[in-house]
Design a protein around this ligand. Sequence first.
Ligand code: 7RM
Length: 635
Amino acid sequence: MSNYHIKGLEEYFNVYRKSVRYPEKFWEEVAEEHFVWRKKWDKVLDWNFEKPEVRWFEGAKLNITENCIDRHLLTNGEKTAILFEPNNPEDEAEHISYNQLSERVNAFANVLKSQGVGKGDRVCIYLPMIPELAISLLACARIGAIHSVVFAGFSSSALAMRINDSECKVLVTSDGSYRGAKTIDLKGIVDEALENTPSISSVLVVKRIESQINMEAGRDHWLQPLLDNASNKCEAETMDAEDPLFILYTSGSTGMPKGMVHSTAGYMVNTAYTFKNVFQYRNDDVFWCTADIGWITGHSYIVYGPLANGATTVMFEGVPSYPDFGRFWEIVEKHKVNQFYTAPTAIRALAKEKLDYVEKYDLSSLKVLGSVGEPINEEAWHWYNDNVGKKKSPIVDTWWQTETGAIMISPIPFSTPTKPTYATLPMPGIQPALMDEEGKEIEGNQVDGRLCIKFPWPSMARTIWGNHKRYKETYFSAYEGKYFTGDGALRDEVGYYRITGRVDDVIIVSGHNLGTAPIEDAVNEHPAVAESAIVGFPHDIKGNALYGYVILKETGEGRDQNNLRKEINQIITEHIGPIAKLDKIQFTSGLPKTRSGKIMRRILRKIASNDTSNLGDTSTLLNPEIVEEIMKEVL
Ligand code: 7RM
């Protein structure tokens, strides 16, 4: 029996049972046999979900880049580590070998040092999907700096907020980026953000689009000349197992985005383990995850998980629709991709287009198809299975979160029989529980409830940067002694899990988590807006889209409503980014409220979804008459 590479359903059950009975032994074996350590741990696990406090492999010393790069050099130095496919299909793909990756990461690490970055310092990375993005993560890890990647689609104020929250010292960005036929002035956004970020002392700028940009003397430096002068050897910093590796922000239902803090050793072991098993990666395979490295999926399954396994990982700069809707499949054919991992929103968008775009290409290299980010609906599942996988490639519907660091519930392809819309079974080491409204665990099958995890796993986030109290309240207070995911789920007759969606005020739009509160805050900044409430409603392509109910001030009444809608979306774009724009905006004179003044979103959600047959009990509302008014004007 191999813990590390599961083959067959029986073996999965054996490994799973062992991982529940002897979790420490299980993870210790994985850690011992598949990674290089400068010093082994003194204790595998220490935990307390009340405080909460979790430590894995305490006392161990390591550097994750030695596991992701150095150890592959002797045997696999010429193997392609990163296969970069540029936005423009006419431009040549770049094959970066492990040897080259090593040199580039080390040189970058030396440049960071020359800018005064040391162990524990935070570095903000705001880059498009170009090789420097992956390289900058690894360069930080090399010297023990904590990276905080901000998705390059976020606005200047979203960027500034994240920089300030974790007091980043250096920012890595580019002169601009390509996105399909468009170019984006990234540096312009950065300049605006940096007006209010006192912690940033220097900015490293990658040249990508060769545009005329402002370079502020003393603060901004072109990266290339610094790299040219840097040595490509840099000793890896010795890190403790529990030293933070990175911060990644995720939206909550209220307030500031949460800076989830991930540890070094546990994160490494867990992402590498799940990568190997969920994708059944073999030595010469080419793996492609289409996510952006600005999200956790990119961190774990473009960078760390694949590289820790010595894999070839594809990085794609562009979008699925450029130059046409066949781009993904063209890339699969061109690079003979073996494992393809994408999001339901992308599948739905491509399924709307002519089948020609898929059928034109030879997809016979594909062995495993993955899905992540939101529930995959039955129709999309079948389209993916029939037209991309030709009914031969199992679909792994992987459920996990920024907070969990690694895949938690997923089929193991060729072992676990798949079932449309089901993420199926927990990965070894993961102990899910479904909870009822009273906070009791629901035993048995054919049940549904709120999804919790009742035992620690190595890659769980350890805290929220600067706010351990919020970490405790958000994840460990709803159900005593358990981690609460925020998702609802059901367990079928054989024990398969199906994730039904968020049970809080987070809406997943095109696979991006959006908290309603920050968007409402932005809308309320419009001078004519008195109050607003935002809910999600089902959308063919995005999964969910945003519906805003807006109460105008007197000054706003009589104004052109379409102009107001445009202005409101403009403010959202500035504060959060275009992904948070509202699809529909309904002006109303009031919002349904409970007596304690809480907006009854449940009712608004139903109205926005055109599902008004059963609105539930509205008698407890302060203003039940408003429901009628809203229903009359629904868009
Ligand atoms: C990896 C990622 C997390 C939230 C999570 C769920 C939803 C993710 C699935 C899914 C149903 C899936 N991290 N989610 N994967 N829902 N089936 N396979 O997406 O932090 O950005 O989002 O995404 O609601 O809580 S995330």
